[in-house]
Design a protein around this ligand. Structure first.
Ligand code: KIV
Length: 264
């Protein structure tokens, strides 16, 4: 059976049909997500924190990402699979092309994701020109946590908001096919979503994005410590893993997740 394509995701966005995305890192959860009707699986470098127990995503390697992406691809048949490019694996265009090729050829990803604004626009253009679908990532950039000084909401000030919108337009023009917006005020995310034609997937970015993503272990209530405000424990609501994932997909599709309490 063939996987969901970027063309289908674009059509869903044009038809205002919400895109449901979750992270996964192994074959069993990949299968569970697909059973629940997920559209897109993100093999996030969040695996550094939730699987490896690291303090941030910074130590994750390209080998780690290839390994987990291949596991996720083996566990599913229909979902569109995106793989994160880890910290400093795309510091220049040549390196980005080499590492993206590994994630696609060895891992089986259909798209790769990288974090950053104008500084990565040329790299995005070079990847795109070589036929590599790119998901950009703006707002809170976990790989830059040491520079940001923590996991803090971004784009609250007017100037930062305008810069984020300019970055988003720039990345779309450079060839990005999708954008993840993390931890930004809902109003700003709504403006970006309206401005762009590519699917905009939010996490802590309000209900008006074209789709939603959460870290799987957060929405199952497994992540130790305080759950991020923008997440929700669907396992506590339903009492079973498969039911929790299915509820998330249904709530995203219905536009009832996120609610006002999960946005900034
Ligand atoms: O690594 C990840 O899981 C991500 C999501 C938070 C969007 O990038």
């Amino acid at each position: 059976m063939s996987r969901l394509s970027l063309t289908t995701l674009r059509k869903m966005t044009a038809a205002q049909e919400k895109i449901a995305v979750l992270t996964a890192y192994d074959a069993s959860f990949s299968h569970a997500l697909e059973e629940a009707g997920i559209d897109v699986i993100l093999v996030g470098d969040s695996l550094g924190m939730v699987v490896q127990g690291q303090e941030s995503t910074v130590p994750v390697t390209v080998d780690d990402m290839v390994y987990h992406t291949a596991n996720v691809v083996r566990g599913s048949e229909k979902a569109f699979v995106i793989a994160d490019m880890p910290f400093m694996s795309y510091a220049n265009a040549e390196q980005a092309i080499r590492n993206a090729a590994r994630l696609m050829a060895e891992g089986g990803a259909q798209m790769i994701k990288l974090e950053g604004g104008a500084v990565i626009a040329d790299t995005v253009a070079q990847l795109s020109a070589r036929g590599i679908p790119v998901c950009a990532h703006l707002g809170l950039l976990p790989q830059s946590v040491h520079r940001l000084g923590g996991y803090i909401v971004q784009g609250r000030e007017a100037q930062a908001a305008e810069e984020l919108i300019a970055d988003a337009i720039n990345l779309q023009q450079a060839g990005a096919d999708m954008l993840v917006l993390e931890c930004v005020p809902a109003e700003l995310a709504a403006r970006v979503t309206k401005e762009l034609t590519i699917p905009v997937i939010g996490i802590g970015a309000g209900k008006d994005c074209d789709g939603q993503v959460l870290v799987l272990y957060d929405m199952l209530g497994l992540t130790p410590g305080r759950r991020p405000r923008f997440s929700h424990d669907f396992l506590a609501d339903t009492g079973a893993i498969q039911a929790a994932i299915t509820k998330y997909v249904q709530d995203v599709k219905a536009g009832t997740f996120p609610g006002p309490e999960q946005q900034f």
